[in-house]
Design a protein around this ligand. Structure first.
Ligand code: RP5
Length: 167
C-alpha cells in the first residue's frame, strides 16, 4: 500500500517532481504519483485529498508553480504532514510558487522545501516515515554516509589537481 502520495498541479511539473519519486524508490517506499490541478479540476482534487488518509498515505508531497494553492489545500484537508515543492515558474522564477506555499496561515502548516527541491521533499518524507521504522532509519543513515563519501571523493580529486580546501 502506498505510504506517500506525490501530487503535482500539471504534467509540466513532472521533470522536477520525479526526483521525489526517485528518492522514495531508493529507500524502498511505496508511493502513488498523480497530476491534479486544484484550480482546473477542484472536484477531483477534493476527492483526492479527502480520501488520502483512508488510502493509507502518511505523507503527501505536493508540487505546484505560480499561484500554487495545491499544497496548502492538501494541508487544509489531509490531517497528516504535507510537504510543498515550489516549482520554478517562467514569469517570476518560482518566487510566486514559494510564497504561495510557504506563507500558510497559523494552524495549517506546509513543510516547504526549496524552489524545485523535490529530492529533499522525498528525503523529508522518508525521515518522517523513519520516526516509526528502524529499517528505514538505517537506510537513511547509510544514505548520509554515501553523501559524505561522494564529497570526500571530490575533495581528493581537487587535491590531486593541487587545489586545497584548507590552507
Ligand atoms: C500550476 O501551474 C502547475 O503546478 C504548474 O507549475 C503551473 C503551469 O501549469 P501548466 O500551464 O504548465 O499546465 O498549476
Amino acid at each position: 500500500m502506498a505510504k506517500v502520495g506525490i501530487v503535482m498541479g500539471s504534467d509540466s511539473d513532472f521533470p522536477i517532481m520525479k526526483k521525489a519519486a526517485e528518492i522514495l524508490e531508493k529507500f524502498g517506499i511505496d508511493y502513488e504519483m498523480t497530476v491534479i490541478s486544484a484550480h482546473r479540476m477542484p472536484d477531483v482534487f477534493f476527492d483526492y485529498a479527502a480520501s488520502a488518509k483512508e488510502k493509507g498515505f502518511k505523507v503527501i508531497i505536493a508540487g505546484a508553480g505560480g499561484a500554487a494553492h495545491l499544497p496548502g489545500m492538501c494541508a487544509a484537508i489531509f490531517p497528516l504532514p504535507v510537504i510543498g515543492v515550489p516549482i520554478k515558474s517562467a514569469a517570476l522564477s518560482g518566487m510566486d510558487s514559494l510564497y504561495s506555499i510557504v506563507q500558510m496561515p497559523s494552524g495549517i502548516p506546509v513543510a516547504t522545501v526549496a524552489i524545485d527541491g523535490a529530492a529533499n521533499a522525498g528525503i523529508l518524507a522518508a525521515k518522517i516515515l523513519a520516526t516509526n521504522d528502524d529499517e528505514l532509519l538505517e537506510k537513511i543513515e547509510a544514505y548520509k554516509e554515501e553523501l559524505k563519501a561522494s564529497v570526500m571523493v571530490k575533495k581528493a580529486k581537487m587535491e590531486d589537481m593541487g587545489i586545497k580546501y584548507e590552507k
